[in-house]
Design a binder for this molecule. Structure first.
Ligand code: NA7
Length: 560
């Protein structure tokens, strides 16, 4: 085990049924909620700088996203050499990845290794949820109540709850009547699901659906895919790393790290200056063909910079991708339903796939186009859909139903916790018309609280570990600054967060992303305010902004 951060004593008390919950004395410096990439990274940095910290995690192991999403086919869409922690050169040198895009078990092993190697586990309480957290103005501390009844008092509260961790099951009636078993992709049983000989239905064709569908099709007697929106998808062209490739990465990690920290997407992609419309059609076609052959969404991420701002430019790429998708599907009617036509390319999160469209050429796979035959209800036998003929319906008989129906993204996991700030202000109430943050890191009225990859930061519009690392380091440095200056309390103001939120919104308005319904916009959740939830200025620019704020003695924050 590598020499890790020094052990710090954490303090807490357990509530007795006969006594009012009593907080810890003295409080722990920082309570971190969540032990995925962001919580583990945060814990490492805090301990390394001598803060006491405690992490509370709902799962029975660390890993976050990679703990919960265990469905077959689950893997990362970022290349392995960028999707990891960069805080330890020894860790980078010692860990060997096997594939260009590692599968979920491998990433989970990596995160477990990180927890062990840096001796983080003894600061983590597993199988425990934070139910509520409230700021006490008198003591300047947070008091968090766990589902065990325990109350933890901390100087700071850091949320590391993930952006896609609040799974959603569609609200069609009758699920309780379904005779078979059902699962959400992000709450997959640890023992796995046996599809052999079964009739399986998958609802949802986002990234999770597109990954799980080809795998289930190989095993099930019959697979019915319920599609509401046809999705663009790029071939991953995943493969095992070639001999020597890992060594090349290891030799270049400093350069790779510098590159992704400065890049727009926190990835080794950079958009080309100029317009797709300014070059001859043959040049465009050649670039699109070459990008397609490389796999991933190279065409989009390394393409002309107006692909996501100009509809006409976008259409040149979207037409190309549609033509490639069409080549992969045999049946004309199925092809027609699978071709994405209702949104510009890249305005919904583009998935990477392995044999996704080809799966619909199998005899045991049927596509149900919900735009033509909408779901009416779940019933004992399966899923009842309208047929298009008035008063007529049809039941798709199923033994297993899989929901790949996504998440209440970014704000969902934060608002699930009952958080109250200064003067008893409720975060749920404060954000009822949409989240307000400064830098995606803090919100006015909630002193000493930081939100890793919160709304208004690049987060989901980037390689997540890069965005997480920016926040981990910034929060760490801010707490060191406060300690050095003897400050106990930090908060931002309503004016500052308003300015940042308007800035985030203005950047989004310049793009096509605000024109479609997506989880980026919150529009996948009925009743959720429709607002673009992330910062589109890019990871590099964002890094400059937040380090600039720190350099100016945390401009936009006040200390007490
Ligand atoms: P997504 O990307 O939100 O996809 C959810 C899918 O489920 C999408 O195809 C939805 O169709 C569909 N959906 C959602 N609700 C319904 C209902 N009520 N009826 C039918 N179909 C529905 O979630 P994923 O888990 O695939 O991916 C989330 C992110 O994880 C991904 O982007 C990566 O960043 C990793 P819709 O498009 O809304 O019409």
């Amino acid at each position: 085990m590598e020499a890790g951060p020094s052990a710090m004593t954490t303090t807490h008390t357990s509530a007795r049924p006969d006594a009012p919950a009593a907080p810890a004395e003295p409080p722990v410096d920082v309570l971190v909620i969540g032990a995925g990439f962001s919580g583990l990274g945060m814990l490492y940095h805090l301990l390394e700088r001598g803060f006491s910290a405690r992490v509370v995690e709902a799962g029975d192991d660390v890993g976050g996203t990679w703990y919960w999403n265990r469905y077959p086919g689950c893997r990362c869409d970022s290349p392995t050499e960028v999707y990891q922690f960069f805080f330890s050169k020894e860790l980078l040198q010692d860990w060997d990845w096997t594939h260009v895009y590692p599968a979920q078990p491998e990433i989970l092993s990596y995160l477990r290794h990180v927890a062990d190697r840096f001796d983080l586990r003894r600061h983590i309480s597993l199988e425990t949820r934070v139910r509520s957290a409230s700021f006490n103005d008198a003591t300047g501390t947070w008091r968090s109540t766990l589902d065990t009844g325990e109350v933890v008092e901390s100087r700071f509260l850091v949320t590391a709850v993930g952006c896609l961790s609040d799974p959603q099951v569609p609200a069609y009636p009758g699920l309780e009547n379904f005779r078979g078993e059902w699962h959400h992709t992000s709450r997959w049983p640890h023992s796995g699901v046996d599809f052999t000989g079964k009739r399986v239905g998958v609802i949802g064709t986002g990234s999770s659906g597109i990954q799980v569908i080809p795998e289930i099709a190989k095993e099930a007697a019959h697979l019915t895919v319920f599609q509401r929106t046809a999705n663009f998808s790029f071939p991953a062209r995943n493969r095992p790393l070639r001999p020597g490739e890992m060594e090349e990465f290891k030799a270049s990690y400093d350069a790779i790290h510098a590159e992704i920290r400065a890049a727009k997407l926190g990835q080794r992609f950079a958009p080309m200056p100029g317009s797709a419309l300014a070059v001859p059609a043959e040049v465009r076609q050649r670039f699109y063909e070459e990008s397609w052959a490389r796999g991933n969404a190279v065409l989009l991420f390394s393409g002309w910079e107006d692909l996501l701002t100009n509809e006409e430019a976008n259409a040149t790429a979207a037409d190309f991708v549609r033509s490639k998708i069409a080549e992969r599907i045999d049946d004309p009617e199925t092809r027609d339903s699978l071709l994405p036509r209702n949104h510009p390319l890249g305005t919904k999160r583009p998935p990477l796939d392995t044999e996704y469209f080809e799966t619909f050429n199998r005899d045991n796979v049927t596509l149900v186009d919900l735009r033509r035959t909408p779901i009416e209800e779940f019933c004992d036998g399966g899923v009842r859909v309208q047929t298009g003929v008035p008063d007529e319906s049809q039941v798709h008989e199923l033994d297993v139903l899989v929901f790949a129906t996504g998440f209440d993204a970014i704000t969902g996991p934060l608002l699930e916790i009952d958080i109250t700030g200064s003067g008893g202000m409720s975060l749920r109430e404060k954000w009822q018309d949409g989240p307000l943050t400064y830098l995606g890191l803090a919100t006015a009225g909630f002193p000493n609280m930081f939100t890793i990859t919160g709304p208004g930061s690049p987060a989901v519009i980037s390689n997540m570990p890069t965005a997480i690392e920016q926040h981990n380091e910034w929060i760490r440095d801010c707490l060191v600054y406060m300690r050095d200056h003897g400050y106990q309390r930090i908060e931002t103001s309503a004016t500052t967060e308003e300015e940042w939120t308007v800035h985030v919104s203005e950047l989004a308005q310049e793009t096509l992303l605000v024109k479609v319904d997506s989880w980026y916009m919150g529009s996948n959740i009925p009743g959720k305010p429709r607002r673009f939830l992330s910062y589109l200025g890019g990871v590099g620019t964002y890094g400059d902004v937040i380090t600039g704020v720190a350099a100016k003695d945390y401009d936009g924050f006040t200390f007490g």
